[in-house]
Design a protein around this ligand. Structure first.
Ligand code: KG4
Ligand code: ZN
Length: 336
């Protein structure tokens, strides 16, 4: 089975071709990050327009990489949600229309299911069942995964997502959007012992998260160290970034370990943009080893939004006999 995957839920246009026998045959990504950086966040209308400009050229590029054409496809998978409605509509209507023209099925894939399955694209993929930590700009969830489509929510953020917290903390420090990778880079030169930020909700049982308090903590700490011009000295910036990163990472690690203990499972996968964070990977590796378990994640370019995860998820759904009717599916809010 060969499936073309289309991702346009936010600010990256992603396309990929996945074959159930041969694996990933091609993938291409266009990031709008530079365009939105000027505004300090994603501007939905600009995102939709840019997806329209980039999507068909990227589809052509992926087919060329794979040395094949549209006729070789068995289905088209597109991200149906959650995400920005205009941006989703571009991928959904293009995918649905191409499928209709080719006389093949179309599948509307859940963006977070795509993220969750991304580690399956790597060389030693995890076997089911496992615990998944989904950490992106819009979601922070712990999920028990028994198989494709068998997902049970164990816990989630009650306010900001982990990625969102990174982005907001970065903004407070005067860094660009998206701030996650920038905080991570700054933190490398930070003194991790100078400030200690709280580990929210770790002192009580349960697997839910709350990250909005860390934002306030970051702002207060930053404000205490501004000079007369409102500037923060470079080393202090790095120290705050390190304290913030450690607080988020420790909190996630504590809850992941708890989720493994609670479910009795030994495999943990991490997915979504924040799973590219090296400190998080390090700390989770330690946590999982204490539980005599194993940690899995995707290569960095498949942690953030991409077409490969949508092609892969669509292919699994197709092989399970699922396909959608002629509806163009686009759901800005959609529980997994
Ligand atoms: O999964 P993703 O690409 O898009 C969504 O579905 O939201 O995740 C983007 C998020 C952003 O908040 C970004 O700041 C964060 O992932 N991120 C990181 C890192 N790389 C991306 N956060 C912390 N450390 C990183 N290295
Ligand atoms: Zn995402």
């Amino acid at each position: 089975m060969r499936v073309l995957g289309i991702e346009t839920s936010c600010d990256e246009t992603g396309v990929a071709l996945y074959d159930s026998e041969q694996g990933l045959l091609g993938d291409a990504l266009y990031s709008q990050v530079k365009m939105h950086a000027e505004y300090g966040g994603v501007v939905p209308e600009l995102a939709s327009r840019d997806h329209i400009r980039k999507l068909l050229p990227l589809i052509r590029e992926v087919l060329a990489q794979a040395n094949t054409d549209l006729q070789s496809l068995d289905a088209i998978a597109y991200t149906a949600g959650p995400g920005l409605i205009g941006a989703l509509m571009v991928g959904a209507s293009t995918g649905r229309a191409l499928a209709l023209g080719l006389g093949i099925p179309a599948l509307g894939v859940h963006h977070m299911e795509g993220h969750l399955l991304a580690p399956m694209l790597e060389e030693n993929p995890p076997a089911f069942p496992f615990v998944a930590l989904l950490v992106s700009g819009g979601h922070t969830q712990l999920v028990e995964v028994q198989g494709i489509g068998q997902y049970q929510l164990l816990g989630e953020s009650l306010d900001d997502a982990a990625g969102e917290a990174f982005d907001k903390a970065a903004k407070m420090l005067g860094l660009d959007y998206p701030g996650g990778p920038l905080i991570a880079r700054l933190a490398q030169t930070g003194d991790r012992t100078r400030f200690r930020f709280p580990r929210p909700m770790t002192d009580r049982p349960g697997l839910d998260f709350s990250f909005s308090g860390l934002k306030t903590f970051t702002l207060n700490t930053a404000n205490q160290h501004r000079d007369a011009q409102g500037q923060i000295e470079a080393q202090t910036m790095a120290d705050i970034a390190a304290a913030f990163e450690d607080a988020v990472v420790d909190t996630l690690a504590i809850k992941c370990r708890r989720a493994l203990q609670q479910t009795g499972l030994k495999r943990l996968i991490i997915a979504g943009g924040v799973s590219a964070n090296l400190r998080l990977r390090e700390r989770l590796e330690e946590a999982v080893q204490k539980e005599k378990g194993q940690l899995f994640y995707a290569r960095p370019k498949f942690c953030t939004d991409n077409g490969a995860m949508i092609a892969y998820a669509g292919c699994q759904r197709l092989m399970a006999g699922q396909m959608d009717d002629l509806t163009i599916l686009a759901k800005p809010r959609w529980p997994m």
